[in-house]
Design a protein around this ligand. Structure first.
Ligand SMILES: Nc1ncnc2c1ncn2[C@@H]1O[C@H](COP(=O)(O)OP(=O)(O)O)[C@@H](O)[C@H]1O
Ligand SMILES: O=P(O)(O)OC[C@H]1O[C@](O)(COP(=O)(O)O)[C@@H](O)[C@@H]1O
Ligand SMILES: [Mg+2]
Length: 342
């Protein structure tokens, strides 16, 4: 069998480990051949792909980014877009199936294409950990490690000056990175999209920390909004899929905190540093296993399914189930963390 692999949407540490896991499992257990589509669905629509041999994936699990490139191309648009054109391209090149590694956008596209008869298996990718049908997604652990290290470092400089530090992490719809890095780093307040708060509440936490003689540290997810804001802060226009580009809520909150509490405040936006570089050991293992099981799903003709982590096992679920809802931080997890605020 000849299998095409693609990586699509925002990148994530561990993408290369998925590719390596899939290729090694396919070559060793099934005598499969592989090609990689360049730049996500763009390579599928344009018939732009390259062979991936076993030697191409040597040492790849520790490498950040994706050797295939990623984009936000819509596979239903453009001259070569849509299921009929894509199937023709696959037939002409003897490609039997596609493994699509991506988040809810990529997987929604994959589901629509499988509904039209294409043979696709999905692998969940999200740094935000916002896909409901998998317990964890690779990349998340690495992002939490990076954010935690940053928080540890920011605490020492904050303490030296008696300042309040507001640290912004990723998290468009859900606050998992903020919750985990904030708990790990001993944050005095964690602000997430699922839990809008008032500036008065935030300042109450900040002042209580100052009153104990400590430098307050606030972790905020980019998708957080104050109760009186319409939605997440965005001042950078739209992304390639016409969604508001987030980032900058920390820059808004720090002066508001300083003005109300009189505590000198600074902000740091971690941004894409959370998505760059080598994946953690946990993410390498998870990504490798997901890649291996995706190949098994191809050989089981499990079209329209996605591999998923359930407890410590890798299972398959339908993509439709996977993209149906978001993995939000439950109220109980937030309440647990909140005991430590202020
Ligand atoms: N409903 C959809 N139908 C077809 N293509 C989609 C759909 N949603 C997203 N896509 C495509 O998948 C790409 C990747 O989605 P995006 O949300 O940006 O990343 P991710 O896969 O990481 O969630 C989008 O740019 C878009 O072209
Ligand atoms: O800068 P980009 O590539 O547009 O992506 C930014 C967005 O991607 C994210 O990292 C989401 O990533 P995931 O798709 O991996 O969940 C958000 O936190 C952020 O808003
Ligand atoms: Mg998405």
């Amino acid at each position: 069998m000849k299998i095409g692999i693609l990586t699509s949407g925002g990148d994530c540490p561990g993408l290369n480990a998925v590719i390596r896991g899939a290729v090694l499992k396919g070559v060793i257990s099934h005598d499969a051949e592989f090609v990689g589509f360049r730049w996500g669905w763009k390579g599928v629509v344009e018939g732009d792909f390259m062979p991936i041999e076993r030697h191409d994936v040597r040492g790849l699990s520790k490498q950040g980014g994706t050797i295939l490139g990623s984009s936000r191309t819509n596979p239903f648009e453009g001259e070569g877009g849509g299921p009929e054109n894509i199937q023709r391209m696959l037939d002409e090149n003897g490609i039997d199936a596609i493994i699509a590694i991506g988040g809810e956008g990529t997987l929604t596209a994959a589901r629509r294409l499988t509904d039209a008869g294409l043979k696709i298996v999905g692998v969940p990718k999200t740094i935000d950990n916002d896909l409901a049908a998998t317990d964890y997604s690779f990349g998340f652990d690495t992002a939490v490690e990076i954010a935690t290290e940053a928080i540890d470092r920011l605490r020492t400089t904050a303490e030296s000056h008696g300042r309040c530090l507001v640290v912004e992490v990723m998290g468009r719809h859900v606050g998992w990175i903020a919750l985990h890095s904030g708990m790990a780093g001993g944050a005095h307040a964690i602000l997430i999209p699922e839990q809008p708060k008032t500036i008065e509440q935030i300042c109450e936490w900040v002042e209580s920390v100052r009153d104990r003689g400590r430098a307050p540290l606030v972790v905020v997810a980019e998708g957080f909004h104050l109760e009186d804001m319409e939605g997440a802060h965005s001042h950078k226009g739209l992304d390639a899929f016409n969604r508001p580009r987030l980032g900058g809520i920390a820059e808004r909150l720090a002066p508001m905190i300083e003005e109300r509490t009189g505590i000198e405040s600074r902000d740091t936006v971690l941004g894409h540093i959370q998505r760059g570089g080598a994946p953690s050991a946990y993410d390498r293992v998870l990504a490798t296993r997901l890649g291996m099981h995706a190949v098994d799903a191809v050989y089981e003709n499990a079209w329209g399914s996605m591999v998923t982590l359930r407890g410590t096992d890798i299972k398959t679920v339908s993509i439709a189930e996977a993209v149906g809802s978001l993995n939000r931080v439950p109220q109980a997890r937030y309440d647990e963390a909140k005991i430590l605020f202020g």
